[in-house]
Design a protein around this ligand. Structure first.
Ligand SMILES: Cc1cc2nc3c(=O)[nH]c(=O)nc-3n(C[C@H](O)[C@H](O)[C@H](O)COP(=O)(O)O)c2cc1C
Length: 350
């Protein structure tokens, strides 16, 4: 067993992640989505009553174009968050993912911290989550534990590198993912964890048959900072701006928009970010750190109210932009400013 698989250490790590991620939410941040601007047009033919928020990804039609991304579970402390998040998902119809269920494969005592998400949300779209070092067999086990509708596989090399007990061998990741895509009878979504994706990465995933990709970019929860805070020696904070932002990743992914379902998470902290991410090619946008913050600060009922208000706000923005469907929203005029514009003009596949 490697250090990263030790159940005691893993439980502690889950608690550290939630605590440190919540601390990050209280820091003032500039959003990379500020550099995405819409072009205003003075006339449009849109009727509010015809606006349809539904979208399709992972072989499923979803009523709402945003979702709660993989975060917690694996300890008593994080079970409380999974309980709250799953109640929010059940009430609002948002798809939801568990945090990595790796720990549940080693420690049966923590399985209920994940299964509570299915109990609270029996009819919802619930995804399970594992790291790319796992075997097909492990993927089948966690899928069964929560009767998952889809499997998220996370790829997180920067986090593993900075994590004191992190994995140091990533040589089998693409092969493992390929086996899961070929053998599983539910959709596989490959996601980053806040470092974004390059065009090369997306091409590699398409080459092995992946059809759903969550670029999960930089700008929100930062796992280099979180893992560095868990270190007692060798300060690696100089790596804290590693990776591409979510808008940068969507620009990199744009040529593949017709070939795969692109999902956008990473620094989605208000409804305008959801609309911008979709305009940049995503089928839907995922929230993690900010959603954890909402259930922590507001509780379940107020978070549900907030999400319902966001659905209306997204419809109003679609009215403003002159579109009635998510696929029309993917075609609206926008432009990049500042650093994002520099990225768009200089990005190469190298
Ligand atoms: C407390 C916490 C725990 C997380 N654990 C996982 C995990 O187990 N598996 C995973 O794929 N991503 C995990 N993530 C990463 C998120 O799914 C997401 O990719 C990343 O946080 C960027 O989104 P954000 O800026 O909205 O937080 C975690 C995020 C947070 C905040």
């Amino acid at each position: 067993m490697t250090l990263s698989q030790d159940p005691n250490l893993a439980r502690q790590r889950k608690d550290d992640h939630a605590r440190l991620a919540l601390d990050q939410q209280t820091e003032a941040k500039v959003s990379p989505f500020d550099e995405v601007r819409f072009i205003h047009h003075s006339f449009n033919q849109t009727n509010y009553d015809r606006i349809d928020l539904s979208t399709k990804w992972a072989n499923h039609k979803h009523a709402v174009p945003f979702y709660i991304n993989g975060m917690t579970g694996g300890s008593d402390f994080t079970k409380q968050y999974n309980e709250k998040l799953s109640l929010v998902a059940a009430a609002t119809g948002l798809p939801i993912a568990t945090g990595s269920m790796s720990i549940a494969l080693k420690d049966p005592n923590v399985i209920d911290s994940f299964t509570i998400m299915r109990q609270n949300n029996p009819d919802g779209f619930v995804m399970t989550n594992l790291g790319a070092h796992h075997s097909l067999e492990n993927a089948k086990r966690v899928i069964d534990m929560i009767q998952a509708d889809a499997l998220q596989i996370h790829v997180n090399i920067p986090q593993e590198v900075v994590m004191p007990e992190g994995d140091r061998d990533y040589s089998m990741w693409l092969k493992n993912i390929e086996a899961m895509v070929q053998e599983l009878d539910i959709p596989v979504i490959v996601k980053e964890v806040g470092f974004g994706m390059s065009r090369k990465t997306i091409q590699q995933l398409i080459d092995i048959g992946v059809e759903n990709i969550d670029v999960s970019g930089r700008g929100g929860t930062n796992f280099v900072t979180i893992e560095n805070d868990r270190r007692t020696k060798l300060d690696l904070s100089a790596l804290s701006n590693w990776g591409q932002t979510t808008p940068e990743s969507l620009i990199a992914a744009a040529p593949y928009q017709q070939q795969v379902n692109l999902l956008a998470s990473g620094c989605i902290t208000d409804f305008t970010h959801i609309v911008k991410a979709i305009a940049m090619g995503a089928q839907a946008a995922g929230m993690s750190g900010k959603m954890l913050h909402f259930v922590n600060e507001l509780g379940v009922d107020q978070t549900i109210e907030l999400i319902e208000s966001w659905k209306e706000a997204i419809q109003l923005m679609m009215l403003l932009l002159g579109v009635e469907t998510i696929s029309e929203l993917q075609e609206v005029d926008w432009y990049a400013t500042g650093n994002l514009n520099t990225f768009a003009n200089n990005y190469s596949t190298k």
